[in-house]
Design a protein around this ligand. Sequence first.
Ligand code: ZN
Ligand code: ZN
Length: 345
Amino acid sequence: MATLTRVKVLNPANPNKATAIFGGEASGILNWNDLAHPHFYTLRQRIRSLFWTANEVDMTQDVKQFASLTQEEQSAFLKIIGLLATLDGPQTVIAMKIADFTTDPSVKSILATIADQESEHNHSYAYVLSSVTNLDKQMAAFEMGRTDEVLMKRNERIVEVYNEFAENPTIETVLKAMVYTTLLEGLFFYSGFAFFYNLARHQKMVGTSTMISYINRDELQHGKAISDIFRAALAENPEYNTDEFTEWIYDQFRHSVEQEVIWSRYVLAGIDGLELDEMEGYVKYRANKMLRMLGLSEIYPEFTDNPMKWIRAYVDNFDDTKTDFFEQTSRQYVKTSDLNGFDDL
Ligand code: ZN
Ligand code: ZN
């Protein structure tokens, strides 16, 4: 199988408009009005419009409240931040690695924007933890990804697929890595997100949940962008669009749903207000959604609608609903960051 080569920075002998997303030719000069896939312009604009930084979110209430959470809530809080830090951190790297091998400069640019947001997500987990707990517990949360058995088992295939692409970049391994990126952006984070929204609807840890809603909003756009790039790349390489590959994707989704359900039952047991069967339905609903984005069929016909209705107020679809709990409370949102004034730079 042909190995993809790292793309040169500039290659003036090639045309400005890329001839393919992977394995094509392009000069490296990017003109947004002359794209092989014109709709990629909108993908980047949507992601760019979501800019935020962790330090803007006021954590003063959360700092006071954390100690008053139940033991189960505190433990789940730290474990879920540990999970998010484990899975979301590598998203910066995978975006940059895919960017190294794409021959379409518009895709490179979209991935650069995604990588930047992912690096802020990673920072925000450290910011949240340093606000609510001591250094030992912060360190322990970040160690989970390499010490917690359940978490490691859950992440086994992600590690395998991402590392396979890193060590052996081909059309097939990059397509598979993008399937997993879609799974991360659109499914793996969501039982964790739900935990924080459940706290928020009980007026707990609203600062953290506000931040999570910003991350969630980013992830929805990333999932959309990556699945669009995936579909375009697959259309350019029809020899990979086989029954075998489709079956591989369905298998990864089924496996991921199983892992996510096991994980949610492990980490969310005993949390007031979260119904674990409902959570399982929500995970399956998310899987259906992401499969549709990849151009495939739903595999959980009983979960075409969101069974966890209350969560809609917090997320679900920022695109086509105005109901955004955190925006409604934006008057209480205080910027604590003092980074204004170019004179200081
Ligand atoms: Zn992220
Ligand atoms: Zn993302």
